[in-house]
Design a protein around this ligand. Structure first.
Ligand SMILES: NC(=O)C1=CN([C@@H]2O[C@H](COP(=O)(O)OP(=O)(O)OC[C@H]3O[C@@H](n4cnc5c(N)ncnc54)[C@H](OP(=O)(O)O)[C@@H]3O)[C@@H](O)[C@H]2O)C=CC1
Ligand SMILES: CC(=O)N[C@@H](CCC(=O)OP(=O)(O)O)C(=O)O
Length: 344
């Protein structure tokens, strides 16, 4: 059994990790931390877990976590994982961080785009945790930087095109996210009256996921890719729908595009390529680790429009983190993740 600990168990990604891991046949949850709720059970915070995980929350205690666990998930605000990871790797414990601390090849980018404490990762071997690109590296990794939710949907949507060199390297992206993407801490932007029956753009052209997307897309393309990005908060709980507008380098029809995607993702369990004329919907992936991708060719403007849908809390966060854990521990990749989306 893999012994697991979670720092930040009471947040939305934390409770989603517990939902998935409680049904994982090869996992035993050994430690759940909370600064605010310790000494009560996680199922007293989230009654959805009653009878599935009634483990008592504990205060943040590195020594205790390290003495009990083979792997630690850090589901904390960005900036808090690097210190934990530094201690963990010394003891041979693996770390999967759901924040942004380990996503960048050059951590000066982190400093430029994120605020808060940060110790950097000198000497820590980290891998960007998108299995569809880095599966072999993840197998050997000590520390995995789980990707951001928007970048997961965008990179998976664009990768086959960039690998095949059929589009130009300047891409316009707009993404709508459910409100759970902002976490559980309340703010004026995510209270009911602000979000219900409303859709609003935020952080236009300056969202902190831009450098993450550009880092990975540029490596795939082999030249610099630039992303013009507009995120929107949509009146739903979960889900991300990203639309990518790509300039085609040559004439291509939608059936050929379909063949390129279908071939590229033929071995990827969690990626579903939709047939021409079918477009992704957030509800079709709700509660699951699947990513649905569809596209259309606008011949009039020579533009290829790609759409991709994920559940921000599953493939965009905790599901992908468990997928990474499975790979790191030699467990079949879809264990505990083989869940049919809930519809309607
Ligand atoms: N929500 C999403 O869709 C996604 C989130 N992420 C990333 O995952 C991480 C967690 O996000 P999410 O679960 O949504 O966030 P939440 O705000 O819902 O939860 C954060 C957790 O961290 C604990 N916490 C808060 N501040 C501190 C602190 N200063 N030190 C230690 N613990 C703290 C909180 O509770 P307690 O007081 O009980 O300790 C809580 O358990 C973030 O880095 C986020 O950016 C990534 C992809 C998608
Ligand atoms: C809807 C919403 O607010 N989404 C969050 C998602 C980003 C996130 O989780 O950011 P890191 O993982 O990079 O910290 C946001 O835009 O900040």
């Amino acid at each position: 059994m893999v012994k697991v600990g979670i720092f930040g168990a009471t947040g939305y990604t934390g409770v989603e990790l517990i939902r998935i891991l409680s049904k994982h046949e090869k996992v035993e949850i050994k430690y759940l931390s909370s600064q605010s709720y310790n000494t009560i059970a996680i199922s007293d915070v989230y009654s959805s877990l009653l009878g599935f995980c009634d483990r008592v929350l504990e205060e943040v205690d590195f020594e205790r976590a390290m003495s009990e666990c083979d792997v630690i998930f850090t589901a904390l605000p960005s900036g808090h994982a690097s210190k934990i990871a530094r201690e963990a790797v010394k003891k041979g414990i693996k770390v999967i961080d759901l924040g942004a601390d380990f996503r960048f090849d050059d951590y000066s980018i982190y400093k430029e785009w994120y605020s808060g404490e940060y110790d950097g990762y000198d000497g820590i071997k980290r891998v960007y945790g998108l299995p569809e690109i880095y599966r072999d590296d993840i197998k050997e990794a000590q520390v995995v930087g789980n990707p951001g939710c928007y970048p997961t949907s965008v990179i998976l949507g664009l990768m086959p095109l960039l690998k095949n060199g059929i589009i130009e390297g300047k891409i316009i992206v707009d993404s709508k996210s459910g409100v759970s993407g902002a976490g559980r801490s309340p703010s004026q932007n995510n209270i009911y009256a602000e979000c219900n029956e409303n859709i609003k753009a935020y952080n236009v052209a300056k969202h902190r996921h831009i450098p993450e997307m550009e880092q990975e897309l540029s490596k795939i393309f082999g030249e610099r890719v630039s992303v013009v990005f507009t995120p929107y908060l949509a009146p739903m709980t979960r889900g991300i729908l990203s639309t990518m507008y790509c300039k085609l380098k040559k004439d291509i029809d939608v059936n050929t595009v379909y063949d390129i995607y279908a071939d590229f993702y033929k071995k990827e369990y969690f990626i579903k390529v939709l047939k021409p004329g079918h477009y992704p919907a957030t509800k079709s992936v709700y509660g699951s680790n699947f990513c649905h991708i569809g596209f259309e060719v606008d011949k009039r403007t020579n533009t290829l429009i790609v759409m991709s849908a994920i559940d921000n809390l599953v493939k965009g966060a905790s599901g992908q983190a468990v997928q990474n854990m499975n790979i790191m521990f030699g467990i079949q990749e879809n264990t505990a993740l083989d869940i049919i989306p809930i519809y309607p």
